[in-house]
Design a protein around this ligand. Structure first.
Ligand code: C5P
Length: 203
């Protein structure tokens, strides 16, 4: 059986955590599609041309340990604005979405472009300030040197680029359930997502 759960939202809204928990709850496979763009961004920082980087992406490129670095995130959001880069990554994502046994994909355009027919769609969001604070604490815990101001500026810059681009801009699908995690604990956000998916599943 194929069952696709699309989870979209801006940076650091909690969609990665929610997606992993939802996948574990339903026993589905999980794909963090941001990693694809980060891997392309990392290759571009190393001098590869963006479209070539996307077309030649290998599974091992997703295992690099520098993909969470802030400069790779910025490079990812720049290459993600290129239609040809996005097009090169579509087939892999759609094949993953329809694998038997069920799949959770998280990203920016899963419910709108990659899987418009997904059985369940969630849009996880939070205020820019709350997201920046979470990302700041995460960066510091990983030993990245940064400041609250720099992280907030980075989050806002990436939001603007992701929402204003012509190709697959970040926005909730018309039929997505929106979960604002600004004042929710992780457990509450996960519980709301599971309840929303179960409600869709029964409908
Ligand atoms: O989710 P994450 O922060 O890892 O994504 C990094 C960047 O990749 C985002 O800022 C966005 O520009 C891009 N991205 C995208 N579409 C996706 C997933 C990520 O454009 N489905």
């Amino acid at each position: 059986m194929a069952f696709t759960i699309a989870i979209d939202g801006p940076a650091a809204a909690g969609k990665g955590t929610v997606s992993k928990a939802v996948a574990a709850h339903f026993g589905f496979a999980h794909l963090d599609t941001g990693l694809l763009y980060r891997a392309v961004g990392a290759k571009v920082l190393a001098g590869v041309e963006p479209v070539e980087a996307a077309k030649s992406l290998l599974a091992q490129d997703l295992e690099r340990n520098d993909l969470r670095a802030p400069e790779v995130a910025q490079a990812a959001s720049k290459v993600a604005a290129l239609g040809e880069v996005r097009a090169a990554l579509v087939d892999f994502q759609r094949a993953f979405a329809r694998r038997s046994g069920g799949a959770v994909l998280d990203g920016r355009d899963i419910g709108t472009v990659i899987c418009p027919d997904a059985e369940a769609k969630i849009f996880v969001t939070a205020s820019a300030e709350v997201r920046a604070e979470r990302r700041y604490l995460e960066d510091v815990s990983k030993g990245h040197e940064t400041s609250r101001e720099a992280v907030l500026a980075d989050v806002k810059e990436r939001d603007a680029r992701d929402m204003e681009r012509a190709e697959a801009p970040l926005k909730p699908a018309a039929d997505a359930v929106v979960i604002d995690t600004s004042t929710l604990s992780i457990e509450e956000a996960i519980a709301q997502a599971i309840a929303a998916i179960e409600a869709r599943h029964k409908a």
